[in-house]
Design a protein around this ligand. Structure first.
Ligand code: MN
Length: 253
């Protein structure tokens, strides 16, 4: 078993290192992560310029490389052969901050896992519900091992991954694992207009951190709020299947 570990927070992120070390329990580990933070860059594929890869020392004898591209680029390059050994499985994370509800379309962590499913590999994305720079990833790494053990022993359908979020609690205070569906994030984005020294306006999309609807039982947001590890099966098929029949009754011509 050879496991590729990637992320979107960048090759030096402590969550990546924690996940890589934890995955050694299951076989050979190769780390390929983005050179720079790619959080909220989604499923970007770099086609307009060349990509470069560099060997990186992240300690503990972990074979690690950085790529000057997106998380999906890291996964694609590796699985397509930049590393000669075949990859059996891809794990992404542990992200600095949860990936819940609509976050999944922004998330580079989840995008890396989606890229792996496109390349026909088993894939799991891991996030810790703590965006602070000095978060403790040990409980999330332990939970990741428990999830990956099951993923190795069971089949996942094509183009399907597991999106795993871990609450910010010591391991012995985590209440257990819940299989969930995506909940509803509430974003608090605000456009912040500022002016450069020439008096020209520039913009930040800022505002407070998103919250979410914690009242709907069975969602990822609900599970994390209640101290459970949330495991959401996610598929790349974004078709709104429930709309197909009624959409056929519209009068397009
Ligand atoms: Mn991130």
């Amino acid at each position: 078993m050879r496991i590729l570990v990637s992320n979107d927070d960048g090759i030096l992120a402590p969550g990546l290192r924690a996940l890589a070390l934890a995955m050694r329990e299951f076989g050979d580990v190769i780390v390929v992560g983005p050179e720079e933070n790619q959080s909220a860059n989604g499923h970007r594929k770099t086609l307009s310029r060349p990509l470069r890869i560099s060997k990186v020392n992240i300690g503990e004898d972990v074979e690690a490389y950085s790529v000057d591209g997106s998380p999906a680029d890291c996964v694609a390059m590796t699985v397509l052969g930049v590393i000669k050994q075949p990859i059996d499985m891809v794990v992404s994370g542990i992200n600095r901050g949860a990936n819940l509800g609509q976050d999944l379309t922004y998330s580079g962590t989840v995008a890396a896992a989606f890229e792996a499913t496109i390349q026909r590999r088993k894939a799991v994305a891991f996030s810790l519900d703590n965006p602070s720079l000095n978060a403790d990833y040990s409980a999330a790494a332990q939970a990741a091992c428990m999830v990956v053990r099951e993923v190795i022993q069971n089949a996942l359908p094509p183009m399907t991954l597991l999106n795993v979020n871990v609450p910010n609690l010591p391991f012995d205070q985590i209440k257990g694992f819940k299989v969930t569906r995506q909940g509803m994030r509430v974003y608090r984005d605000r456009l912040d207009e500022r002016f450069d020294p020439m008096g020209r306006p520039y913009y930040w999309i800022g505002g407070d951190a998103p919250t979410g609807d914690i009242t709907v039982e069975g969602t990822d947001i609900w599970a994390i709020h209640n101290g459970y590890v949330s495991i959401t099966p996610v598929q790349l098929d974004m078709t709104a299947h429930t709309l197909i029949d009624s959409l056929r009754d519209w009068h397009f011509n």
